[in-house]
Design a protein around this ligand. Structure first.
Ligand SMILES: *Cc1c(COP(=O)(O)O)cnc(C)c1O
Length: 381
């Protein structure tokens, strides 16, 4: 892919690691690519991160035809930069596109674009242990119409944000409210796609749980509110009676890359592992019997996040994690691999080669428009 590059003339400086937070600061550049029925995917380019000029009728704003990804790049002490499970994220990106009726693309093309972008912004990958460059690929509709249908034109873009720890509390155990009123996703819905709509469905429940003093909600199945699905925006794992258990992907649960990583490690370590439905009744019973040993969430942003309490029907199920927990071992191993301290025997890391693209500086100069106009190609056609 020939990626035209327009470098910023006003580079910003990255805040200190302690002031990064999550998703508040953005690297200098972004990747963009357009899609039209006539030309397919075209005009891949890297340009300064700046606002879009959006028509108020933009279809995404009204009907939510949008998907995204979230993945991370890490710097090693020697300055080399690695992206964790890049192709797995790109495979999921294209599956989300398919579910939302959006045009497909080659996962390896977008992976290549992300490598080129991270290479250009490699000074934005923070160096301290615990920090990372969070990469946010996004695909939105670019038609300006109010008729309800999938768009003809699309914009794919990738922005990058240097991040510190996801939770201000660090990895302290979270208090979780078991949600019995609202649901996140239902069978046949969008639960398995990484799309804005799922987040929209979850916001009010999360706010109400916070008002009650909790950190997040535990999502149950939409039909009976009996089966455990996800925790906040993370996949969920239990350790009951020394067995690691996670609910199966039935269409309502997102196929998390961190979830897959935990499962891959569980298999490598020959842990007792089960992928099967988990009911709240079983969790309550295990808690009363003293066999509910661990509960944790998995996701790119927080990696592995321990649950210290599940509040269900007014009862606090407290999880007192033992030393040498599976959760701790998972966290240490996954972050160890990410920072290059533990051998990457699964080939999960992609090294970002300096000047990874052959197209940088090859004369494909990209003259930027005044603003990044979404749907610009449509008006031109
Ligand atoms: C992104 C996401 C996850 C975690 O997926 P990872 O690939 O591990 O980051 C879990 N649940 C939902 C709803 C998500 O959107």
């Amino acid at each position: 892919m020939q990626i035209a590059t327009h470098r910023t003339t006003q580079p910003k400086t990255m805040p200190d690691a302690g002031a990064l937070g999550f998703g508040k600061h953005f690297a200098d550049h972004m990747f963009l690519m357009d899609h039209s029925p006539e030309s397919g995917w075209h005009s891949p380019r890297i340009a300064p991160h700046k606002p879009f000029l959006l028509d108020p009728a933009n279809l995404t704003l009204h009907y939510g035809q949008s998907i995204f990804e979230g993945l991370k790049a890490f710097t090693r002490p020697d300055g080399s930069v690695y992206i964790f499970r890049l192709l797995d994220h790109m495979d999921r990106f294209v599956r989300s596109a398919e579910r939302l009726g959006m045009p497909l693309f080659h996962p390896s093309d977008v992976a290549e674009a992300i490598e080129a972008l991270v290479d250009i912004d490699r000074t934005w990958v923070p160096k301290q242990r615990g920090t990372a460059l969070y990469i946010r690929p996004t695909l939105i509709a670019a038609d300006n119409v109010l008729g309800v249908r999938p768009a003809d034109h699309y914009l794919m873009y990738v922005i990058c944000s240097p991040v510190g720890s996801y939770y201000s509390k660090g990895t302290a155990p979270t208090r979780i409210y078991v949600e019995e009123t609202y649901s996140r996703a239902s069978l046949g819905g969008l639960g398995e796609a990484k799309t804005a709509a799922n987040y929209a469905a979850s916001l009010l429940a999360a706010e109400e749980s916070k008002a009650k003093g909790f950190d997040q909600v535990l999502w149950l199945d939409a039909k009976e509110h009996r089966f455990v699905e996800e925790v906040g925006t993370m996949n969920i794992f239990f350790v009951i009676d020394d067995i690691l258990i996670t609910p199966p992907l039935d269409g309502t649960i997102l196929d998390g890359i961190t979830r897959r990583t935990v499962i891959d490690l569980a298999r490598q370590w020959h842990l007792h592992f089960q992928e099967r439905p988990v009911t709240m009744d079983e969790v309550v019973e295990a808690s009363r019997a003293g066999t509910l040993q661990e509960v944790f969430g998995s996701g790119t942003a927080a990696t592995i996040s321990p649950v210290g309490e599940l509040n269900y029907k007014g009862e606090a199920l407290v999880i007192n994690e033992r030393p040498n927990s599976i959760r701790q071992r998972m966290y240490d191993t996954i972050t160890g691999i990410q920072y290059g301290e533990v051998p990457d025997t699964h080939n999960w890391l992609t090294r970002v080669e300096p000047h990874a693209t052959t197209t940088n500086g090859n004369g494909h100069d990209y003259a930027p428009p005044e603003a990044n106009e979404v749907g610009m190609m449509r008006e031109k056609a």
